[in-house]
Design a protein around this ligand. Sequence first.
Ligand code: SAH
Length: 244
Amino acid sequence: MTGWITVAGLGPGDDALVTPQVVQALDQATDVIGYIPYVARVAARPGLALHPSDNRVELDRARMALDLAADGRRVVIVSSGDPGVFAMASALFEALEDQPDRHDTDIRILPGITAMLAAAARAGAPLGHDFCAINLSDNLKPFDLIEHRLRHAARGDFAMAFYNPRSRSRPHQFARVLEILRQECPPETLIIFARAVSTPDECLTTIPLSQATPQMADMRTVVLVGNSATRRVGKWVYTPRGAV
Ligand code: SAH
C-alpha cells in the first residue's frame, strides 16, 4: 500500500466551484483532515475517516497527514479557496521540512478558486491590473510588518486584497488599516467588502474609502481596494489594464 497526501482547495463555498480534480481526490481518499467548517463540506461515506480540527493547529494537522500517509492511507487535507493562499499547503511543507526521512512522500497540491478571485468576479474586474494580496492576521507575523507592506503597496498604487481582515481577538486593527489607507490613497479610492462570496449569505458593498468603516468587515469578508484608476461602469467596478 502506498499512501499519499493531496492538499485540496474547496473554493469559496459553492460546490459548483470545486474543481473536478478535487472531487476525484476526495472520492479516492481514506482520510480527510482540516478545519471543522471545511471538513463539514465533505460528504461522509463508508471507508472515509473525517478528522475535523479547530483552527490554529495547522502544523498538527500536517504532521497527522504525514503519519497517515506513511501508514499507507490516502489523505486529503482540505482548505477553503486555494490551499496555497494563507492556508494548509505551506503548513504541510513546514512540517515536511522537519522530517527528512519523509521528503519523498507522494504529495499533490490541487488549486482552488481563492476568495479574492471569486469576489473580484462578482464585482466586475477590480483586480484587472497589478495587485497584491495581504493577510491582515497577525497570528504569524507582527502587525508592524502588515503596516509596512500595506503602506508600500498603497504607495505603489497596487490594487489590494485583504484576507482575514478582522476578528474578535483583534477588533481594532482593521481601523488602523483604514487609517493607513486614508493617509496613502485618495478618498475616492473604491473599496469592496465582499462577504461569504458564493454562499447563501453573500453580500457585496462597494464604497469610497472616505466612507469605509471597520464594522464593514468580518472574518468571512475579503476586502478589495482599487488602485487610482479603478472605477465604476454601470453596476460594475473595474480596473483598466493600463495605468489610467
Ligand atoms: N485559502 C483561502 C483563504 C484562507 S484565509 C482562500 O484561498 O480563499 C480566510 C479568509 O479568506 C477569510 O478571513 C476571508 O478574508 C477570506 N474568505 C474565504 N472564503 C471567503 C468567501 N467565501 N467570501 C469572502 N471571503 C472569504
